[in-house]
Design a protein around this ligand. Structure first.
Ligand code: COA
Length: 208
């Protein structure tokens, strides 16, 4: 099933189910020290891609039976893969967690905000979630800003054992739920085009 079973379009992006073919790009992104600076212990990947690809395939197979996971984010104009965004269950912060990661060359163009807004809409509209959380290290200012821009609010903090430091929790409640958690302002179909991708309210990211 995965988080989405067909692509979703926003103003500038297409969010589509992640596939084994994305594995190489994901691995390459995770070898960038700047990308990994605020993820877990902050250490970039050094293991060879050949080791990761089978693990990635297995993770996708497991997620296929579930209604969560990451979606691949590609540019509408060129089809270029720029990163991922997703929802995963996270015991530490109690609920479904929003996360995202993008190649460095794609930063500061509003793409994370646009993708996160679309994924939150999937979470509330299609999955019927009441609340979505995110975890972020406080010095990850870009991610904090993304969370604020999508309407998430500070909701506590936790301690990351591996990183040995505190992270901040952000959360957003389903706005004005009608029926299965669908915000009244949202159309019923997952096929809709999310033209703005930047909800007006305020929500968070993931510290990995
Ligand atoms: C965090 C991340 C996803 C943001 O992606 P992005 O596409 O650049 O995000 P957006 O362009 O939508 O928004 C970034 C915002 O942060 C702001 N920002 C960026 N760097 C900043 C900094 N050092 N200090 C303060 N604000 C900063 C931008 O100005 C922008 O805000 P604005 O629209 O008000 O100007 C991206 O930096 C990334 O992939 N980082 C590595 C992985 C990661 O940290 N993931 C999140 C883990 S919690």
């Amino acid at each position: 099933m995965t988080l989405i079973h067909k692509p979703i379009e926003t103003a500038r992006l297409i969010l589509r189910p992640e596939t084994p073919a994305d594995g190489e790009a994901i691995h390459r992104m995770n070898t960038d020290p700047e990308v990994m600076r605020h993820i877990g212990d902050g250490i970039p990947w050094t293991s060879p891609v050949e080791e990761f690809l089978p693990q990635h395939r297995q993770a996708l197979a497991r997620a296929a039976a579930e209604r969560y996971g990451n979606v691949s984010v590609v540019l509408r104009e060129s089809g270029e893969y720029i990163g991922w965004c997703g929802l995963t269950p996270e015991k530490r912060i109690g609920g479904m967690q929003l996360g995202y990661r993008f190649f460095r060359h794609a930063w500061n163009r509003g793409y994370a905000t646009e993708a996160a807004g679309a994924v939150l809409a999937v979470g509330f509209e299609s999955l019927g979630l009441d609340r979505i959380c995110a975890a972020v290290f406080p010095d990850n200012l870009a991610s904090v800003r993304v969370l604020e821009k999508v309407g998430m609010k500070p909701a506590g903090q936790g301690f990351h054992e591996k990183a040995q430091r505190h992270f901040h929790i952000y959360a957003i409640e389903c706005p004005a739920p009608t029926g299965r958690g669908r915000p009244s302002s949202m159309p019923e179909s997952e096929d809709r085009v999310l033209t703005g991708g930047r909800p007006e309210g305020d929500t968070t990211g993931n510290a990995g």
